[in-house]
Ligand binder design. Structure first.
Ligand SMILES: *Cc1c(COP(=O)(O)O)cnc(C)c1O
Length: 435
């Protein structure tokens, strides 16, 4: 660190931001970035921050990853846009081939590309409704699916995502999540009881025959890295299959090696009917996809899916470079290694501080949930204080959780071990100062 955070040049830029950018667009840490790579973010004052956020699980391959940069540079020089719906190009098809190959299941698949995660979710819902001819979508407590009108309705948390932005889309129904740490009768009963509650709620309040899709994050992201009780996902998927309901896995945050598998569903052998991807897919360029069973994806009338920029050639070239990097550098193994380094350190924090109620996640998607000592009341004040102390010492740490009481860690998968350990030392010191 060369200056206090934020430094003088960042403060100048922040003043310009306040004068030019809507106050509705917040910033977690107002240090302005000059360049980034390899798990380090360098700001305009020359400070070097260790990155445990990866732009919210986007730059899993690292910032400015060499294969992404090379592909993008070549592609912008060749052509930047034609619109795939007007005159198509190979890169779009190649990304769909990769998605069809890498997502869970060996059945015939098709994909379609979009610009953002929310847009992928919107399209997955369109596809499921059209295929089934049914209206209702079931989503879960603590879910996050985006900020557009339909995806706000699917997202659980009011502040800041939904507050004053209604009315929301209808035919969305919410059911409890199999959240082991907060399950009333304890984690051991969670999978069974949550599944029974899910089945009885959908049956009584929606009706199976009205239900187009069940939409779930296989590990919840913004909701607080909640890993559903083992077996819950598989039972929900199986139940959907028996009722002709489309099971949609939102793998926008968990996908592309983040959890130590290509997709989080892989760890439980769950095969979704549709799967949404974005974030980690393209090394930082905006790209999203819906991949699913060929008979579902091909049931849509011609021209029913698309968008001006969906599957932009530059973003597709970036995705091909990112996926090649994931394969060549075995980023699944890297994610598992990150977990092997981080988890013991987080467990040690839980031993030392009563406020650390739970340590959870998978691969390089790990979190601690902070509570009031002696119980399980959420402790968002301590969470914010620890995050701030991390920032002051040069560690980009993010918070999450419906109650704002989760510290989540999403380092780029290419981070070197020394930096990872240095980041964890900063986290230790932040707890020592704040807890
Ligand atoms: C980020 C996220 C989204 C929304 O993606 P955007 O690209 O921000 O629209 C949807 N679902 C999950 C699980 C996410 O993490």
């Amino acid at each position: 660190m060369r200056t206090e955070i934020p430094g003088p040049r960042s403060l100048e830029l922040q003043a310009r931001k306040q004068a030019a950018v809507s106050a509705g667009v917040g910033t977690t840490l107002p240090v302005y970035v000059e360049r980034a790579g390899g798990g380090i973010v360098v700001d305009v004052d020359g400070n070097q921050l260790i990155d445990f956020g990866a732009g919210i699980a986007v730059v899993s391959v690292g910032n400015a990853a060499p294969r992404v940069v090379a592909n993008v540079q070549q592609q912008v020089a060749d052509f930047t846009h034609t619109c795939f719906m007007v005159t198509p190009y190979e890169e779009y098809v190649a990304v769909c081939e990769q998605l069809n190959e890498l997502t869970p299941g060996t059945h015939a698949k098709r994909s379609a590309l979009f610009n953002s995660g929310a847009e992928a979710i919107e399209n997955a819902v369109k596809i499921a409704r059209s295929y089934t001819g049914r209206p209702a979508i079931v989503a879960f407590d603590h879910a996050y699916h985006g900020r557009t009108n339909l995806t706000m309705a699917l997202t659980a948390k009011n502040m800041p995502y939904k507050h004053r932005f209604g009315p929301f889309a209808n035919e969305i129904y919410r059911v409890p999540m199999a959240y082991p740490y907060r399950w009333p009768t304890g984690p051991d009963n969670c999978a069974d009881e949550a599944f029974e509650l899910f089945v009885s709620s959908v049956h009584a309040q929606v009706g199976e025959e009205n239900c187009a899709a069940v939409l779930i994050e296989p590990i919840q992201g913004e909701g607080g890295f909640i890993v559903p009780a083992p077996g819950f996902l598989a039972r929900v998927a199986e139940w959907c299959a028996t009722h002709g309901i489309v099971f949609i896995a939102d793998e926008i945050q968990t996908g592309f090696c983040r959890t130590g598998d290509w997709f989080a569903c892989d760890a439980e052998g769950v095969v979704p009917d549709l799967i949404t991807t974005a974030k980690g897919i393209a090394g930082g360029l905006p790209l999203a996809g819906v991949t699913g069973r060929a008979e579902i994806m091909d049931s849509i009338h011609g021209g029913g899916l698309g968008g001006t920029y969906g599957g932009n050639p530059v973003a597709c070239a970036a995705a091909l470079g990112a996926i090649e990097t994931m394969r060549a550098e075995d980023l699944n193994a890297k994610a598992k290694h990150i977990e092997s380094v981080m988890r013991p350190r987080l467990a040690a924090l839980a031993d030392k501080y009563e406020a650390v109620g739970d340590v959870r996640g998978r691969g390089a998607m790990l979190a601690v949930e902070l509570v009031e000592p002696g119980g399980k009341d959420p402790n968002p004040a301590l969470t914010a204080a620890v995050a701030k102390a991390c920032h002051q010492d040069g560690l980009i740490a993010l918070t999450a959780g419906t109650y704002g009481n989760v510290l989540r860690f999403l380092p780029p998968l290419v981070i070197v071990e020394g930096l990872l350990r240095e980041g964890l030392d900063i986290l230790d010191a932040a707890f020592a100062r704040s807890a």
